[in-house]
Design a protein around this ligand. Structure first.
Ligand SMILES: [Zn+2]
Ligand SMILES: [Zn+2]
Length: 295
């Protein structure tokens, strides 16, 4: 069984207010858990450290203090939750971080610089848990027990890593930030080939994209085209623009669903949406309704 939880689905900056209530306003963070995995398989993989990571920290109860973090890139909206993630302050914690160095900086460099005066009061060394940083090349493949991780570089200045995770016949692909109209569409289609789920950057309305060429993001039509070409079963639109209210995101979903024409199941990502994948069935429910069922 794989359980995927979206803790942050917003791009650029976090937002709050009644007009964002349904989809939420935390920036990028996705958690995947492999609870029934064999010993050498990571029990938990976390992709990106946006402000959604702090929400995961608040809900950490019941989890072991171990995780593998896969970082797409180091833009603020993907690292801002790092210093505020409670489990890093647990002395028994053991966390690995994989990231591609860019512009001459490793993930450790970037996080250390983020957590320094005058932008932050305390340094990375204040965290008592074990933090292990690993620099990975722009593309590659790794086998960790039953989990296969593949990754490649996509078009987003100064670069972005997309990840594919394969586990017991299920495949989940996370694009990170990507502007497919300017490059790397072929690479993403290849990585996402036949996946059960593609979670993809769809920040702009198609008509707004022409004024944002070079900003590094895609549209819902781009995401549907990639998903169709890759033969993906389920597409999740994410990295929502901070100006897009719940109402606007509903409109974006309609555009995508029309383009998908039933060939791909399309959904908007929203904070705390949880999906479970088993080898026999596929289900989707919001975390709040799942929690209320358990009470
Ligand atoms: Zn971003
Ligand atoms: Zn970015």
């Amino acid at each position: 069984m794989i359980t995927l939880t979206l803790w942050g689905t917003r791009g650029s900056i976090p937002v709050s207010g009644p007009e964002f209530q349904r989809y939420g306003g935390a920036t990028t963070c996705v958690e995947l858990s492999f609870e029934d995995a064999e010993e050498d398989t990571p029990k938990r993989v976390i992709v990106d450290c946006g402000t959604g990571l702090t929400e995961l920290g608040k809900n950490w109860s019941g989890r072991s203090y171990e995780a593998l973090f896969l970082q797409t890139h180091m833009h603020w909206d993907h690292i801002q939750g790092f210093p505020f993630f409670g489990p890093f302050f647990h002395p028994a914690g053991r966390y690995s971080f994989w990231a591609t160095p860019r512009s001459g900086a490793t993930m450790r460099d970037v996080i250390s610089r983020q957590m320094t005066q005058p932008t932050f009061p305390v340094g990375l060394d204040i965290m008592p848990s074990q933090l292990m940083f690993k620099d990975i090349p722009q593309q590659g493949e790794a086998q960790l027990g039953e989990l296969t991780i593949r990754w490649c570089e996509l078009c987003h200045s100064p670069g972005n890593t997309a990840y594919r995770l394969d586990y017991r016949g299920r495949s989940i692909v996370l694009s990170g930030d990507v502007e497919v109209q300017r490059g790397s569409r072929k690479e993403l289609v290849q990585l996402a080939q036949g996946a059960d789920l593609l979670v993809m950057d769809s920040q702009y309305f198609p008509e707004d994209y022409k004024n944002r060429v070079g900003f590094g993001h895609s549209t819902p039509l781009d995401a549907v085209a990639v998903a169709k070409e890759a033969g993906v079963l389920h597409l999740m639109l994410t990295h929502h623009d901070p100006t897009h209210t719940d109402e606007k995101l509903d409109q974006k979903l309609v555009i995508a669903q029309k383009a998908a024409n039933g060939e791909v199941a399309v959904e908007n990502a929203r904070d705390q949406l949880q999906m479970s994948f088993s080898t026999k069935s596929f289900s989707s429910a919001s975390l709040s309704s799942r929690l209320s069922l358990q009470i």
